[in-house]
Design a protein around this ligand. Structure first.
Ligand code: PGA
Length: 258
């Protein structure tokens, strides 16, 4: 019922040239997979134009890593939803833990951005996740509950059916420490339950929930086989065509060697 979705979050990495080489490699390695899995890359905004053009006609989608909630105006340094659409983005990552940690984003700003992204026709990938201290003090469920409710406040069920959620435990991001499939599934199941409470079962059944945090070719398959894990948001391993393609292929049940 839910088509798996793997997105690569390049963060503040790559050059114009290495980014182009990466997407050319991905187009070659991922041919013929689009009926089984959705794939997107999220480059830094300065490279969106070039990467979008290179991917034109391929099944690989493009997303921004952030946006501001206003359409235009005096907001120095920001990028808007219509600008992302102008560069053929279909997706935008919102509320990534690095944005929350280093750039002061809150559930309330993420909520405004989520409404704006939907208004402009972008699919928001709304990120939630607990810090290590929160997990250790037993607060994970409460943190996730607050983030999901706050980030999605005011959405209609119809709007909610269009979003993607990424559960990314902060302690697993870029650390090489992946949540075990059981740890991840426990939180994914909690999020699914919350979505059912907020938007009804038929909507909650179609919302894809990605896992993120040190996803690699050798752990992707097991994570993806959990009932409520519908894909991955991949950082470090998305920067090389071999490892990102291997994650995609493992996730759609094909051998990475194919
Ligand atoms: P990572 O990053 O795969 O490098 O842990 C994931 C993310 O932050 O989206």
């Amino acid at each position: 019922m839910r088509k798996p979705f793997i997105a690569g979050n390049w963060k503040m990495n790559m050059t114009r040239e290495s980014g182009l080489a990466l997407v050319r490699g991905l187009m070659e390695k991922l041919q013929g997979t689009s009926s089984q899995i959705d794939v997107a890359v999220c480059p830094p905004s300065v490279y969106l134009q070039e990467i979008s053009s290179a991917l034109k006609g391929s099944a690989i989608g493009v997303g921004g890593q952030n946006m501001y909630h206003e359409a235009d105006g005096a907001f120095t340094g920001e990028v808007s939803g219509p600008m992302l659409c102008d560069l053929h983005c279909q997706y935008v990552i919102l509320g990534h833990s690095e944005r929350r940690q280093f750039f002061g984003e809150t559930d309330s700003s993420v909520n405004k951005k989520t409404h704006a992204a939907l208004k402009f026709g972008l699919t928001p990938i709304v990120c939630v996740g607990e810090m290590l201290s929160e997990r250790e003090s037993g607060a994970t469920a409460q943190v996730i509950d607050t983030q999901v409710r706050g980030s999605l406040a005011g959405l209609t069920p119809e709007q909610a059916s269009k979003i993607v959620i990424a559960y990314e435990p902060v302690w697993a991001i870029g650390t090489g420490k992946t949540a075990t499939p059981a740890q991840a599934e426990e939180v994914h199941a909690q999020i699914r339950g919350l979505l059912t409470e907020l938007f009804g079962k038929s909507v909650s059944d179609v919302i894809r929930i990605q896992y993120g945090g040190s996803v690699k070719p050798d752990n992707a398959g097991e994570l993806m086989s959990q009932p409520n894990i519908d894909g991955a948001l991949v950082g470090g391993a998305s920067l090389k065509a071999d490892s990102f393609a291997a994650i995609v292929l493992a996730s759609c049940g094909l051998a990475a060697a194919k």
